[in-house]
Design a protein around this ligand. Structure first.
Ligand SMILES: [Cu+2]
Length: 105
C-alpha cells in the first residue's frame, strides 16, 4: 500500500491493498508461485516460509490457531523492489469465512 494511503496505526511497507482471508482452527493449504523471480513467501507468526518459484506451484499446509491479522514479507533478496513485497493474512472464524466466500468476487 502506498505511504499516502496509510492510516494512523498502519505499518509502513507491511500493509497491502488486498489482504488474504483465511479461516482459523481448520487446516488450510496455501499455494504459491511467482511471475518473475524466486521469492520466499514468509509469515513468521504463522510459521510459514516457502519458496515461490516461477513456473511451479508450491504448497504448504497451515493451521492458524487464533483469529487476527498476520504480517509477512518476501524474505529473500529477490530484486530491486524486494522491500515492497508485503503479505497480510486476516484469520477469521469458519462461519464468517463461508460468508466471505459467498460474497467474494
Ligand atoms: Cu521477493
Amino acid at each position: 500500500m502506498p505511504e499516502a494511503d496509510l492510516n494512523v496505526g498502519d505499518y509502513r511497507l507491511l500493509e497491502v491493498d488486498n489482504r488474504a482471508t483465511l479461516p482459523y482452527q481448520i487446516e488450510t493449504t496455501i499455494i504459491a508461485t511467482s511471475a518473475d523471480v524466486l521469492h520466499a513467501f514468509a509469515i513468521p507468526r504463522m510459521g510459514v516460509k516457502m519458496d515461490a518459484i516461477p513456473g511451479r506451484l508450491n504448497t504448504i499446509r497451515v493451521f492458524i490457531d487464533k483469529p487476527g491479522v498476520y504480517y509477512g514479507q518476501c524474505s529473500e533478496i529477490c530484486g530491486a523492489n524486494h522491500s515492497f513485497i508485503p503479505i497480510v493474512v486476516e484469520a477469521i472464524n469458519l462461519k464468517d469465512f463461508v460468508k466471505y466466500l459467498e460474497t467474494a468476487e
